[in-house]
Design a protein around this ligand. Structure first.
Ligand SMILES: [Zn+2]
Length: 432
């Protein structure tokens, strides 16, 4: 019955090859292959793993296997999505959860080109001759470091997994301590000021990459998202069961919020050719970029929806975390505000994308000064409560309510009060 049904849907040429179990069984050959490869990965049996591949895919997958073996996982599996198409192309989710980091399992998506042959009567065997990222999928999270690098260097500590190409092993050696320290600093500051049980990421993956092209593509091939940022924290959707991770933006916002946290997993990628890593003297350095990006990753488990709060809050919170213990960094970042035409308003999202780098830098600083204003006047707990409220539900009315809750001040009075405080703090600020 099942065979007949499949026949109608997509032609019969492959059907006799697709099943291997007894009649009525749903033991499909691609499921069996995925289980075997999962078992080989889990037991770190390279020969068993490579037996699933042919041709050029063998060398490629040897690299994948050895790279993945260096990463600490709590969970790893291949899960076919549907069935192979007429050309043998099978979509596969590489489901994984990195130890001490991932709140939920996430899935990177591949397309396997498969071949099936009959080994003995009614015994079919599938192999994979080519593996590519499923870049047509909206969030394939491809490529990961284990896809990009011929050999990876991994350093794991209590709260950080730092990864680079083995060719850049020196970077890992040099900076993994700073990543752990930034994670500890952020977690200590956060947990001191938020209610117990607040969903919080406890560990962080940090990929160190000096090549801008590789940096731009990491985890986001197909997005063509190459911006000017020195670092990025990419949020991953939660993988649900054996299906494609649903895109939360396809759900109604109410539905996403009702269902609660849907993300919770991030990957941080930093460009080690930027001044954070190369500059000497007083400019913001490595701890600054690590604390900033880890701040973004820290709050990912709060969000039930793909939508994030307005950028002044998102970047303001990250920069607040970055500078709260570093007055010198704060000063350096405020340089953008000298003579800046400040209109007394919170920067809007477009100003964070402005072609003028100074407008962008000033917007970051102003966002941070909004969070800092609440923290200094009403206490860090109030500021963090405002951050939690807005991540949990970023709708505009909730934003206003969260500010009122934190400051006891109606929203209409908040901006002028903040403006006055900013002008007093930065006398060289300009005006419209
Ligand atoms: Zn940021």
């Amino acid at each position: 019955m099942l065979i007949a049904l499949l026949c109608m849907v997509s032609g019969c040429s492959l059907l006799q090859e697709e099943r291997s179990g007894p009649a009525g069984s749903t033991d499909f050959v691609w499921d069996r292959l995925a289980s075997q490869l999962t078992a080989a990965l889990t037991t770190k049996d390279e020969a068993a793993y490579l037996a699933g591949f042919t041709g050029a895919a063998v060398d490629q997958q040897r690299i994948f296997f050895r790279n993945v073996a260096k990463v600490p996982f709590d969970e790893v599996s291949f899960q076919p999505i549907g069935r192979p198409d007429a050309n043998g192309q099978l979509k596969v989710a590489f489901v994984h959860r990195i130890r001490n980091v991932d709140t939920y399992a996430v899935a990177e998506r591949y397309v396997w080109t498969t071949q099936t042959r009959e080994e003995s009567k009614n015994q079919w065997r599938m192999t994979v001759s080519h593996v590519a990222g499923d870049t047509a999928a909206p969030r394939s999270y491809y490529p990961a470091p284990w896809d990009v690098y011929d050999d990876i260097e991994v350093a794991s500590s209590a709260n950080a997994v730092v990864i680079a190409s083995a060719a850049n092993a020196a970077l890992v050696k040099q900076h993994s301590g700073a990543a752990q320290k930034a994670a500890e600093t952020n977690l200590a500051l956060w947990s001191k000021n938020v209610p117990p049980g607040t969903p919080t990421a406890q560990g962080f993956v940090v990929v160190l990459e000096p090549d801008r092209k590789v940096f731009d593509a990491m985890y986001r091939e197909g997005s063509q998202d190459g911006g000017s940022e020195a670092g990025v924290a990419i949020w991953f959707n939660r993988h649900v069961d054996d299906a494609y991770t649903p895109a939360p933006d396809a759900e109604s916002e109410e539905e996403a919020i009702r269902k609660g946290p849907g993300q919770g997993v991030s990957r941080i990628v930093v460009d080690t050719s930027t001044s954070f890593f190369t500059a000497k003297g007083n400019s913001p350095g490595v701890p600054s970029i690590f604390e900033h990006e880890i701040a973004h990753a820290l709050v990912a488990p709060l969000s039930g929806t793909r939508r994030v709060p307005e950028k002044w809050l998102v970047e303001g919170f990250a920069q607040y975390i970055e500078v709260v213990n570093n007055p010198q960094t704060a000063k350096a970042l405020e340089a953008a505000l000298q003579g800046y035409p400040f209109g007394g308003h919170l920067p809007d999202d477009t100003e964070f994308e402005d072609a003028d780098a100074r407008v962008v830098a000033a917007s970051y600083a102003l966002g941070r000064l909004a969070v800092q204003f609440v923290a200094e006047k009403y206490g860090a707990r109030k500021a963090f409560a405002m951050v939690i409220d807005q991540y949990t539900d970023p709708r505009r009315d909730v934003v206003k309510a969260s500010i009122e809750k934190a400051t006891g001040m109606p929203y209409d009075e908040f901006e002028p009060a903040w403006e006055q405080w900013v002008r007093a703090k930065i006398p060289a600020m300009g005006a419209w």
